[in-house]
Structures are given as C-alpha cells and as structure tokens.
Design a protein around this ligand. Structure first.
Ligand code: ZN
Length: 59
C-alpha cells in the first residue's frame, strides 16, 4: 500500500500518488524508493525528518 509521509518540520506531505514534480520525482514513487538525497521541497530537510502518515480511513 502506498503510504504518505509527513515532514515533521513543516507538515509537508509526500503523496506517492502525486510524487514530487518540483523535485523531479514522478507520480507512483514510494517514499522508501526516493533517493537518499531527496529533500523536503518546502523546507529542505532530509528524509529522516519524515514520518509515516497514518490514515484510519484507509484501514
Ligand atoms: Zn519540510
């Protein structure tokens, strides 16, 4: 299942279904598959500052 990840610093949400077009990430790329040097497009922090978004609606 595709998981969204939220930046703990700025609340930016990475949605795998949308990707990150500004960062050159095509839609459909899972967060785990992002390059290690990928950074938050809003605040510039790295992947280690992201945590999974738990959506009860999808359970
Ligand atoms: Zn951020």
């Amino acid at each position: 299942m595709a998981n969204k990840y939220c930046c703990k610093a700025c609340d930016y949400v990475y949605n795998p279904q949308r990707g990150d077009l500004e960062g050159g990430v095509s839609p459909g790329v899972e967060f785990e598959d992002l390059p290690e040097n990928w950074i938050c497009p809003r605040c510039g922090l790295g992947k280690e500052y992201f945590e999974p978004v738990v959506s009860k609606e999808e359970e």
